[in-house]
Design a protein around this ligand. Sequence first.
Ligand SMILES: *Cc1c(COP(=O)(O)O)cnc(C)c1O
Length: 442
Amino acid sequence: MSLPVTDHDLSTRQIHAGADHDPGQRTLTVPIYQSAAFEFPDYEAARQMFAQTRAGFTYTRTGNPTVAVLEQRISDLEGGVGAVATGSGQSAVAVALLALLGQGEDKHLVASEKLYGGTVDLLTDSLADHGVEVDFVDPTVPGAWAAAVRPDTRAFLLESIGNPLATLPDLPGIADVARAARVPVVVDNTLASPALYRPLEKGADIVVHSATKFLGGHGNALAGAVVDGGTFDWSAQPARWPQFTRARARWGGQSLLDKCAGASPYLHLVRAKYVHDLGTTLSPFNASQILQGTETLDLRVARHTASALTVAEFLAGHPAVARVHHPGLPGDPGAGIAARDFPRGTGSVFSFDLAAPDAAVGPFIDGLRLFKLVANIGDTRSLVAHPAAMTHCRLTPEQRRAGGIAETTVRLSIGLEAPQDLVADLGQALDTVLETVSTLRK
Ligand SMILES: *Cc1c(COP(=O)(O)O)cnc(C)c1O
């Protein structure tokens, strides 16, 4: 029997959404459909499915029953009209933007200056190779987005919680600017997850995820997703969005708007063109790992978030720490937006600056025992990284400065261990920093 799960609370939907099919053998958990291809019922069905006039699974590159459950679940949790899963968060950001850049000469994006390092690489190197121009602006100042927008701007891109300094954007303000300029807003909701923040309710049109992080939560599989809110009206300016409004042989001589009547033309483009042509597919096994993670999402995120605040408060009082970047602390630049838009807290990824010479960072990190030195976030385990040398090493020093990242900035992703054990581990490593600093002064 299938449940009308969308009427339920998020805690219920994270377990049941999407899994209301009848899986043949009546398995309770979602089976892994480990098959590259699917047999057509008959010749006529094959013809129609290739013509995309009949729905169904043909080949796992563009669709798989296990992956489809994950797509429905993430879309449901975000409040979207649908989702396309991808093999990584990186490919989700890439195909989400490629579908908006589309055809024609217009290749301008406005993006937050506080972005994941891999996204900066994508924008400033791989997309730049194809003529895409990007202006980076402050995500806390909507006026900066208004000043940067151009007639050829295809999208705004920002993160709901910026990595690594936990910068909170003024999304409602930026969305107002975007609506006036008729530009779609893409929000990477990886660090918040829908348990803390749903961008579509705050004016975003499209949400992207690295499901590798909190949605999966166990650090064992890469995955990504693109969710459409169904809010952007492509037909309001048909000449500006030819990829949706112009008839194409690829879509049987129709425009995507006509072809998809009712369903999302944007997601059809992402799946049937970009995921199909570029092969950025999520495997059914990895989809299964992420599905298992989503079932405990809100419990994990609540624990991550509470422990992170405890750790941040401890760090703020330690003499070896110059500054803690956590919007839950009074006086943080994000405190106002945290109070307004993040009633359940701001997650577990934040940074702090050591009150020590640059050379103290290495010994401090090597002195940690519970925190693992890992280029990842959103794991059950607590992780530490040094953005200047690791995740953000390909940024220019100016880009790093604009992002607020110093040589002494250390990023933490607080896991699910007991917070007092994490505080003790950081405490002993920070005490060693204090000893080093006082030896240097002698
Ligand atoms: C990790 C991450 C990505 C990239 O995701 P992968 O799954 O590692 O490819 C994109 N955006 C943000 C905010 C991330 O943290």
